[in-house]
Design a protein around this ligand. Sequence first.
Ligand SMILES: *Cc1c(COP(=O)(O)O)cnc(C)c1O
Length: 424
Amino acid sequence: MNTKHVPVNLQWVKDNESLVPTPYHVYDEKGIRATAREMKRAFSWVPDTKGEAGGYRNFYAVKALPNPHIMKILAEEGMGFDCSSYTELELCSRIGIQGENIIFTSNNTAGYEYRKAKDMGVIINLDDISHIDFLEEEADGLPELICFRYNPGPLREGNAIIGKPEEAKYGFTRDQLFQGYKICQEKGVKRFGLHTMVASNELDPTYFIETARMLFDLVIEVKQKLGITIEFVNMGGGIGIPYRTDQSPVDLDFVSKGVQQLYSSMILKNGCDPLRIVMENGRVVTGPHGWLISKVQHKKNIYKQYVGLDATMANLMRPGMYNAYHHITVLGKEHNRESHVYDVTGSLCENNDKFAIDRQLPEIEVGDYLAIHDTGAHGHAMGFNYNGKLRSAEVLLTADGKAKVIRRAETLDDHFATLDFTEL
Ligand SMILES: *Cc1c(COP(=O)(O)O)cnc(C)c1O
């Protein structure tokens, strides 16, 4: 169980209407910092490269919320960044994040992206064995540190969102992994990492402990077979969040304890320490700390009752795309009886442009403000311009309760900027 709260109230939204009209995403700085600290604390036992505590790090998956103001907050809290494209690397670069503070976990990667990654000195995580030669050629030699992404295939069950590993396009097979380390060793690579990402939005904590077991097994086998000491394992992202009120957040202490036990019984026992443990979560870090604030512009009664918002699935694609549940609060009516059943819709010419279907809510009037919960990851970031909808603003609720616009809303000029009308 979890209780859904909104850190701003109706008055706050009205007070800020002239600064930032709806729709917009608002992110809670305090909440984001608290989660970042919680993760760090939970894994504080993890050794660094010298064997001292403090080696754990989450590399925030930039794609979840690629806003430099949020990234700056996360960097202050000690996080690194997981990038998968040239643009994401450039975004880090523009806020002064470089080198091994970044892991580049890409796939089907272009040569110019590898060149950029190598120029920035980031940790490069290869998705395929053929990319060893490709990287060497494109980036003028291999870096000193290299990481491989492992795909366990039929050895591991996936989960509903990411699918079965053997049907996923990512990573090396088990055999390729051993070949890959050997090839890189022969080519003079000095430092090695091992990565996997087999779950997405997973709420079962034992899943992550099993991922650690799988990676630790490989670390031991690579050492025994090839004499290579792997420096870090990256357990990927994928820690889920309780979108529904009857779900509970992942117990990080439970995960950490389970991983620590395996660290003792596997890594220490086989002399593979110190081994750093890192992750690259996005969703769990910022997801629960974002809300899409939107205003009701119409009500409609036909075969069902509809509430039409000034936001659309162009602002939040998850419900329309995979029927994802996002909790909804009617601001100012938090304690009213949920006496009505509505479909809550946007205005796209697409019938899946709905934030909720058959949702039990208090009676809603035109002009009410709704907060759609858990939009701090894969919310604004997945936005698009279909039907000519302009992308919304993003607002930071600062630690002192103020609204700070950290991305303005798009204008018509932005929208037309890539078109040339002069020769018509
Ligand atoms: C998307 C992704 C992540 C982050 O996933 P979350 O569900 O946001 O934690 C991490 N690593 C890789 C390779 C990804 O593709």
